[in-house]
Ligand binder design. Structure first.
Ligand SMILES: [Fe+2]
Length: 208
């Protein structure tokens, strides 16, 4: 309508996401891949959101040696950067904040997947890719799917628009960070090599 040409149209309640490909990934991933697969051969792991595959115990990646320590530093840097940018947009951030970080490794062989879940009790969650598992170029499998966290919107408000998942295809060295309330899942892996990723939670203290 002509009378509404000057009306302002915007979007409310977006969710932040930070993605980055680390420059030292090539060397880092050689060490991480070797350490993770060696550990998975001897350690039974734990059953969490994984449907098949291997999920390490949650901790500080001690079984990954120096490469694990380096990756934990990268996770901390992503957390600081994402939080700094969030505060730059919304204001705030003058109080002192400390972070409690926990991480774990995932290995998926063909057919293995992760069901839809969130990470309650954390502030940010993220994932880093060591090996894409030889997934076919352009294939939808092995990508992490982030879902609209607003269930009311995705169920009743133009669901054909708002229900579309946002996909991030695994790329060695890629790290993504998103709010822990964002539901996500990983479809069954179809590649011939194991898909190897390292996931992490960061909890702001005091929480929330
Ligand atoms: Fe997850």
């Amino acid at each position: 309508m002509r009378t509404l040409r000057e009306a302002c149209f915007g979007q409310l309640f977006a969710s932040p996401v930070l993605e980055h490909v680390w420059a030292d990934a090539a060397a880092l991933n050689v060490a991480l891949r070797e350490r993770i697969l060696a550990h998975a051969r001897h350690d039974p792991g734990t059953q969490q959101t994984n449907i098949g595959g291997w999920h390490s115990a949650v901790g500080r990646l001690d079984f990954c040696g120096e490469a694990g320590m380096r990756l934990i530093e990268h996770m901390g840097a992503m957390t600081e950067e994402a939080t700094r940018r969030l505060y730059a947009v919304h204001g705030g951030g003058r109080g002192s904040v400390s972070w409690a970080l926990s991480a774990w490794a995932n290995v998926s062989w063909k057919g293995h997947s992760n069901g839809v879940h969130t990470h309650p009790g954390a502030t940010w969650s993220g994932v880093y890719y060591v090996d894409d598992g030889d997934c076919a170029p352009g294939a939808d499998d092995t990508a992490i799917h982030l879902l609209d966290p607003n269930a009311a919107r995705s169920n009743v408000f133009f669901p054909e628009l708002s229900c579309q998942p946002v996909r991030f295809r695994p790329q060695p060295g890629l790290m993504i960070l998103f709010p822990s309330y964002v539901p996500h899942h990983v479809p069954p892996h179809t590649g011939d090599r194991p898909r190897i990723s390292i996931a992490f939670n960061v909890r702001k203290e005091p929480f929330p």
